[in-house]
Every structure is written in structure tokens, then in C-alpha cells.
Design a protein. Sequence first.
Length: 339
Amino acid sequence: MFEVNTKQLKEAMIRDFKVGLVPMVASSPGMGKSDVVKNIAEEFKLKLIDLRVSQCEPVDMKGFPDTKDDRMAFLPPKYFPLSTDPIPAGYSGWLLFLDEFNSASREVEGAAYRLILDRTIEEHSLHPKCVIAAAGNLVSDRAIVNVASTATTSRLSHYRLVVDCNIWVEWANLHNIDHRIISFIKFKPSVLHKFNPDTDELTFPCPRTFEFASKVISGSETIDTIDKIRLAGTIGEGTSIELVTYCEIYQSLPTIEQILNDPKTGWKVPTEISEQYAITTMLSHNITKTNVDIIMTAIERLPIEFQVITLKDIYSRQPDLKDHLRIKKWVSVHASEMF
């Protein structure tokens, strides 16, 4: 099974859909496989059908027994788009997402055979504008997972999703994740996903829970006792202590107002690596079309490796600034470090 990051997974799944294959994505909990599926559905205007297979009975996959012309037949579930169904207004088709697929019972797995391979629900055909994806957790992760039969696995294209810190930072920059958390992850990438299936902790740090943590601290300059408790309840006690300690670094940094007022001499360039990472995020999150020259003057006071980190963040957050004369001038000098 090939390991992929979220960008690679998205491209692989799109290519699978185009040729009629069914991708199966496995990962530890909280790594973003469902988000990739939702993003594809939104981009291609596909109505998302999120079916939790672990909660299904065989009848939910093959239909309810009925009679037709004195013979037994099956009434197909309403959530499966059939060939006779009209495409919903505003959509170009459907994306049927079989989540928690490898947590299904053997009976449900068997009922899903024809749906995946033949695209039928008993005698009813699935709509040709419906693509199918499946996902589930890893057997080793102590989640509710059953080992699928070879009859099932041979009907799927398999991918294992892994965390890529750089790609997560790009995503975080575009989704209003608190700049202190982004800075913390850049400083200590290994903490982005720390899942131990043998631990007794109720939660753990991962892309999903760091998004929760961002909601806890966003809008507050300081983290009080209640928010420390809330952080421990989202990313785990050990990681929450590390994050709070890192956030306290910000209290000793120059403010963005000081930097904007005098980017050359009005602030002291930090020498601690943790503080330098914090400054890069502060600058990249506060640059605008009107203050590019001022922010770039401040950026150029940092060590070159941290200048590069800051510019990459800016490219991710505001790609239109690539064409600004001051940034183009910087890139022309430092292109070898940038790319």
C-alpha cells in the first residue's frame, strides 16, 4: 500500500473516479481523510452521501424485501442514487462515501460487493454520475476495525494517508487556524500527529484536534485556567502544556504594531529558535497589499532560513502578493533558497 499525503490522495482519488475505480483510504483517526473527500465533492459539485457503514445492516446496502408481480424483490434505499433519479439542482452528480468501511460486519461487507464492483443494488443500477469512495481506520489503531476479505480488498484501490506537516501548514494558513498553533507546529512538526493506541488518554494531538484547539484560543491573547483545561481536553494533557508554554513566548516578542511603526530599529530580532518561528508566523499573518514594503523590511532582518519560511507562508496565504515588486525582488535574489 502506497503512503500519500492529503494533496497526493486528492489527486489519486480524482484520477480513480475518472476511470471508474473505487479508492479505499486508511489512516489513523483524525488525519483528514473525510476532509479530502468533502473537498473533492465541493470542487466538482457532487452531492455528498456520507454513509457510516459500521452502523449499517445488510438490508441498508441491498434494500428492503418486497414483492413485485408475485415475486420477491428489494426496495432500494432512498440514499442510493439510481439510474432513473434526476441529478439534484446545482450538482453534477453524487459522491457516495462509504466511511468506516472496514468496521462493517461480514454480512454488510458481503452486501457491499455488488455495489462496489457492479454498481448495482440488487436489480437496480447505480446512477452513472455517482462515484464511490471508501475509508476506514488502521487495524493497528485499536479502532473498531475488521480485517476485510480478499474478495472485498481486490475490488478497491488502496491508499494509506500520512501526515505531512508542510501541507498541513498550508491548509492551516487558508483556514483561519490560530497563528500561535501554526507557529508551534512549524517549530515542532512531530507533535502534529502523536497517536498511541495503547495509551489511556481520551484524546491526542492530530490535525483534527489541533483545529479544535485553535477554536479554544482564537481571539484571546492569553490562555487562562479554563482554556488550559479545554486544551487538555482537545489535544491531550502533555501536548497542551507544550502549546501553552510556547504561546507564552509571544508575550516576550515585539508586537506587530512595534514592527510596523519601525521595521528597521524599533524591535529586537529574537535569537531563540522558538521565538524566530513565532515571528515568522506573526509577520506572514499580518502582511497586506498596503504594508508589503514595511513587512518585507522586517522579514529581511531575520536569518535567511526564517525569511524563506515566512515567504512560503505568505505565498500560501496570499498568492496574489507574488506579483508585488518588493517580493519579486526578494525572490530574484534568494530563488535558490526558496525553491
